[in-house]
Write a protein that binds this ligand. Structure first.
Ligand code: 3PG
Length: 379
């Protein structure tokens, strides 16, 4: 299956010499409570690629989004330029002005444009916007697997007009995550976070393949509620409705005990009105330990508790159990999961760490992404 993609991997950077190359990156770095930039893993990962492009005398035009509230990407651009001084930031979203700057570029130079989502029409995938972006370059490289579930101009629009490739980070994600489409069994998927409505297809796909699925975090509250269990004031995704064949599947595992917001621990069948579930409990972790040890493949995406408010027992314990696993392969993904694993200093102990969150889940559920199809269907 991965062979289908091989011709879109860049084998010889020399073909990019003197070419204007549009590179879609994911520089959507986490923003701290004080407004500063948090973890820079996504930026660190693409540094060798950008160096190689410049070394190969390409003229590099970088597109990326950043934040969700219309933030300028300048702070990220500054970090990038401090690491790679050949990269310059151009502010503003005026296509003609940007074109003028691109025309002045020399081989090996790189420009990073303003947050791509500040260009009107990007997120609606307006055709004229994609055409304008495409006119900046001669070749397009998508190195943003983690955004490739978004039907945006910079992901699906530009490749309609240009010779297109996947960059090295994309290639790595594709090669590693494609192994999980039919995981080596026995296999276990551990899903956390919220918004179960976006994860139902994935849960069903894995259950149908006889994979065990542990659902923790706010996701589990939906399952409890639909099974008629009292969840008190716990967070529930009102958009979700699980079909009975999923809800009562013997391979679907949920916590048997939980931690409440007042730090008390409760068995699931002892929950009362007014209780708020914020984490899974010791008994649940103990049960998971056995399944983790027995599995050939373990995949985890999303925290199983409100770790950002200090309820990190479940997420930390489960990640540590996976990291300590002696046999089989282990995969983790999702920004929050990575932050916890990084805090525990165990990142190197997983077989593969994906830099993607929602895109990883969508890819595992559907076996492709709109951004993958856009490149493989490109001209
Ligand atoms: C991410 O952080 O998961 C990616 O950058 C995608 O961001 P988005 O959810 O804002 O599209």
């Amino acid at each position: 299956m991965i062979n289908n993609y091989e011709k879109f991997f860049i084998k010889d950077f020399q073909i990019l010499k003197d070419k204007r190359v549009i590179v879609r990156l994911d520089l959507n770095l986490p923003i701290n409570n004080d407004g500063g930039i948090g973890d820079t893993s996504r930026l660190d990962e693409i540094i060798p690629f950008l160096k190689e492009l410049s070394f190969s005398s390409a003229k590099i035009i970088i597109l990326s989004h950043f934040g969700s509230k219309g933030e300028s990407i300048e702070s990220v651009a500054n970090i990038l330029s401090s690491r790679l001084p050949f990269i310059k930031f151009i502010s503003g979203t005026d296509f003609n002005f940007i074109k003028g700057k691109i025309n002045e570029m020399k081989s090996g130079d790189a420009l990073i444009l303003e947050n791509v989502r500040l260009f009107p029409g990007e997120t609606e995938n307006v055709e004229s916007v994609a055409r304008n972006f495409a006119s900046f370059g001669e070749v397009y490289i998508n190195d943003a697997f983690s955004v490739s579930h978004r039907e945006h101009s910079s992901i699906v629009g530009i490749p309609k007009y240009l010779l297109s490739f996947f960059g090295p980070t994309f290639e790595k994600e594709l090669i590693n995550l494609s192994k999980l489409l039919t995981p080596n069994k026995p296999a276990l998927l551990i899903l956390g976070g919220a918004k179960i409505s976006t994860k139902i297809d994935l849960i069903k796909r894995y259950l149908d393949q006889d994979v065990k699925v542990f659902v923790g975090g706010a996701l589990a509250n939906n399952i409890f509620k639909q099974r008629g269990v009292e969840v008190g004031d716990s967070l529930v995704d009102t958009k979700a409705n699980l079909i009975a064949s999923v809800l009562f599947h013997s391979n679907l595992i949920v916590p048997t005990d939980v931690v409440l917001s007042n730090n008390e621990e409760r068995l699931i069948n002892e929950l009362k009105k007014g209780d708020t579930i914020v984490d899974c409990g010791k008994e649940t972790v103990e049960e998971l330990k056995k399944i983790i040890e027995e599995s050939n493949t373990v995949i985890m995406n999303g925290p199983v508790g409100l770790y950002e408010e200090g309820f990190n027992f479940g997420t930390e314990s489960i990640l540590t159990l996976i990291a300590n696993k002696k046999n089989g392969t282990t995969f983790i993904g999702g920004g929050d999961t990575l932050v916890v694993a990084k805090g525990l200093d165990i990142l190197k102990r997983f077989s593969y760490v994906s830099l993607s969150g929602g895109a990883m889940l969508k890819y595992l559920a559907e076996g492709t992404l709109v951004g993958i199809d856009a490149v493989t269907n490109a001209k």
